[in-house]
Design a protein around this ligand. Structure first.
Ligand SMILES: NC(=O)c1ccc[n+]([C@@H]2O[C@H](COP(=O)([O-])OP(=O)(O)OC[C@H]3O[C@@H](n4cnc5c(N)ncnc54)[C@H](O)[C@@H]3O)[C@@H](O)[C@H]2O)c1
Length: 317
């Protein structure tokens, strides 16, 4: 199949590109190189900001040149704190970029789309395992752009689009070191970078109602997540369903202190922790109910936390 992958130079996108190519798909990437690295992929890369004025023309020409059967849309700004400080930029880039993509797909008659969404759409859920139908409300502009993006994808069924939203939980690890997460935005890369600098990793809050008082998250290996995209594309190919949303996680929670303990094991280093009070807006627990993706896409994460942490540590060495 010929696939257009937006954001394919990024941490997750490059894993999707790699797995798609290994599965025999032909891939073209669109990316503005804002956080992406060309060294991560071996395919045609078209450098354009999807939210820019010229994006529609560029996409139009690209889609005429290649007859893509499906699009996987990962390109987005993803820093929660930055989205609070610059909400307009997040709406312009994430929503505007998706709007341009949908307009171009409609014109070119491309009717299959997998959209990168996020567990940030749930806000602060008050359930042990979050199902896709949980009536969550995102608590920051980043999460809002993802929920609005999902609505845009579902509304496009009016012109025949079949769209799947994948709500990623906490993505970490890497398949090969060249594709490692270089941004220090999530717990595992932040903690590893601090340890490498000889600093103590920070822990925000140990008084939550969780197993050890620290926040609990669902860590999914980026290779498993990439595989979910290929399952999603295959499903779009054979299913009649127009629109669906899937959590992508493991269904298993790990606390901040448990993750840091795994980093001790992977690194062979003992380090102190730098304890801080809770941060506002951190849900105590965020764990996926994975029954829908397991039942419908036959997705099952194969890597556990140990493998996630080890791959991240080894890539940083
Ligand atoms: N990393 C996570 O834990 C996580 C969790 C949930 C959802 N997501 C979503 O997954 C997707 C990929 O995230 P990532 O972690 O790989 O981030 P990343 O920053 O590594 O990758 C994003 C890629 O998109 C490109 N890009 C960004 N805005 C663009 C634009 N307007 N036009 C063209 N290219 C653009 C960047 O250059 C980069 O290559 C994003 O949509 C993000 O919101 C990530």
């Amino acid at each position: 199949m010929k696939l257009l992958i937006t954001g394919g130079l990024g941490y997750i996108g490059s894993h999707v590109v790699l797995q798609a190519q290994r599965a025999g798909h032909e891939v073209v990437v669109v990316d503005d190189l804002s956080t992406g690295l060309t060294s991560r992929v071996d395919c045609q890369v078209v450098d354009v900001d999807l939210a820019s004025e010229k994006a529609l023309d560029v996409l139009h020409n690209l889609m005429n040149e290649h007859h893509f059967e499906a699009v996987i849309h990962l390109a987005a700004r993803k820093q929660v704190g930055q989205s609070v400080e610059q909400p307009e930029r997040y709406f312009k880039d994430n929503i505007g970029g998706l709007a341009n993509l949908l307009l171009a797909m409609k014109e070119a008659g491309i009717k299959k789309l997998v959209f990168s969404s996020s567990a940030a759409t749930y806000g602060i859920p008050e359930v042990e395992l979050v199902p896709e139908d949980y009536p969550g409300i995102p608590i920051n502009p980043y999460g809002q752009t993802k929920l609005i993006g999902e609505w845009m994808v579902s509304n496009a069924s009016i012109w025949g689009l079949k769209g799947l939203n994948l709500r990623y939980f906490n993505v970490a690890g890497c398949e090969i070191p060249a594709l490692a997460d270089t941004a220090e935005l999530n717990l595992i890369p932040i903690a590893i970078a601090a340890i490498k600098r000889g600093q103590s990793p920070k822990v925000f809050g140990v008084d939550y109602p969780t197993i050890d008082g620290s926040c609990v998250r669902d860590y999914v290996h980026v290779g498993d997540l990439a595989n979910a995209h290929l399952l999603a594309v295959a499903y779009l190919e054979q299913s009649r369903q127009e629109h669906a949303t899937f959590n992508v996680g493991t269904g298993i929670g790990a606390s901040v202190l448990e993750v840091l303990a795994e980093i001790r094991v992977a690194s062979g280093l003992d380090f102190e922790l730098d304890m801080h009070p809770r941060r506002p807006g951190d849900p105590p627990k965020l764990i996926a109910d994975t029954s829908r993706i397991e039942n419908i896409l036959s997705f099952k994460a194969r890597h556990d936390l140990k493998e996630i942490v080890k791959s991240a540590w080894d890539a940083s060495s």
